[in-house]
Design a protein around this ligand. Structure first.
Ligand code: M6R
Length: 367
């Protein structure tokens, strides 16, 4: 049931505070430690000693993995390798005992992700599935399961399951850091405290309404191409925002690391190009701002997602969409929300079916 919403996708966007709250719930009940429950064969001794993490996934789940990579490397100091599952399974990967392989999948039935997980397991790695659907195939193929608790997602474009996956990756990163002693206890509890506040911040963001985003969407409803830029944890947000727009509005999009602009994509820009920048507070924000200045110098129209209270970005963007302040590493959980809504409104203004976009299936069970 759409519960009075005009689409499942909009309803699911509005369920994101709950999706994160449910996913973290008992796992952060104690502010000083993370409790992931029973991960089967993936016990504390293994998590303490694992030499490497490898993440395999497809689509939106892959983008959640990318955010997890920054968190695991930064907080737990464990090297993380990432790959698209359809590539990983055919590249004869170097993987084996001592590796923790994480398969991320909303459905738990994506053929390529399952194949990548099975391959890694056959070679001696321990495989953790981060999955939303109980009883799905991935839960049977893994050594351990960490469930996201987003509830049933019907819209083909993943929204609430994405924020739940990102939250699950943060939990895992913090647990690894706790076990390996790579974060000061005070910093660990500070991060846990901030994570616990994320559902309130998502709710506050959504309560503001989306008139402003709708107006931005209306200005660009006929744009044939949108460029998305970000740096560090803002980059996967840009990738995911671009995927959402592509999937439901059928606009061409490209998402790039802002630092790569000069290496090619800047040639695409003209006065008609909307450039969406994920510009939330971060140590690399000043670098991103200089990339944004280059974009603007080409006359492109800059739409920035920025942190409330940041006074700098306004001078460099045509439109600024504000998200609440949080620890900068956790900002993706907030910054993705306006980008989902932007994609949503562009698609609706074009009269498209956001829940059932053409050519797409919710679950890709064939390779
Ligand atoms: O069920 P999974 O998370 O394994 O699905 C992976 C992708 O097929 C999925 O994320 C797809 O990209 C969505 N349509 C994104 O909105």
């Amino acid at each position: 049931e759409k519960a009075g919403c005009e689409s499942f996708m909009l309803k699911e966007i509005h369920e994101q505070a709950d999706a994160v709250a449910e996913t973290i719930a008992d796992r952060v009940a104690d502010r000083d430690r993370i409790d992931l429950g029973d991960l089967g064969a993936i016990d504390d001794a293994f998590l303490r000693a694992a030499r490497r993490v490898v993440v395999v996934a497809c689509g939106t789940s892959y983008h959640a993995g990318l955010i997890g990579r920054y968190a695991i490397e930064r907080w737990a100091r464990v090297p993380v390798e990432m790959d698209i599952a359809s590539e990983y399974r055919y590249r004869d990967p170097v993987v084996g005992p001592g590796d923790l392989v994480i398969g991320i999948s909303q459905s738990g039935e994506t053929a390529d992700t399952l194949a990548a997980m099975r391959l890694a397991r056959a070679r001696g790695a321990k495989v953790l599935a981060i999955v939303n659907v109980m009883g799905s195939q991935a839960t049977r193929d893994a050594d351990g399961v960490l469930f996201t608790r987003a509830g049933l997602e019907i819209g083909v474009a993943a929204t609430k399951t994405f924020v739940a996956q990102v939250a699950a990756m943060y939990l895992l990163a913090l647990r690894l850091a706790e076990l390996r002693g790579t974060l000061e206890p005070a910093r660990l509890s500070e991060l846990i405290g901030e994570l616990k506040l994320i559902p309130h911040r998502i709710a506050a963001l959504l309560e503001r309404g989306d008139a402003e985003i709708r107006a931005i969407a209306a200005r660009h409803r006929d744009a044939r191409f949108f460029l998305y830029l970000g740096r560090h944890v803002g980059l996967p947000v840009a990738l995911e925002g671009a995927l959402k727009l592509k999937e439901i509005s059928y606009s061409a999009t490209d998402a790039y690391a802002a630092g790569e602009m000069k290496h090619g994509p800047i040639a695409l820009l003209d006065e008609a190009t909307p450039v969406v920048c994920v510009a939330t507070d971060a140590p690399v924000l000043y670098k991103l701002i200089s990339n944004v200045q280059e974009v603007r110098a080409r006359g492109a129209h800059v739409i920035a997602v920025a942190t409330e209270g940041n006074g700098e970005i306004g001078a460099h963007a045509d439109d600024v969409i504000r998200v609440p302040a949080t620890d900068w590493m956790l900002a993706p959980l907030l910054a993705i929300v306006p980008l989902q809504l932007l994609a949503y409104h562009v698609a609706r203004l074009r009269g498209l079916d956001v829940d059932q976009p053409r050519n797409l299936a919710k679950t890709v069970t064939v390779e």
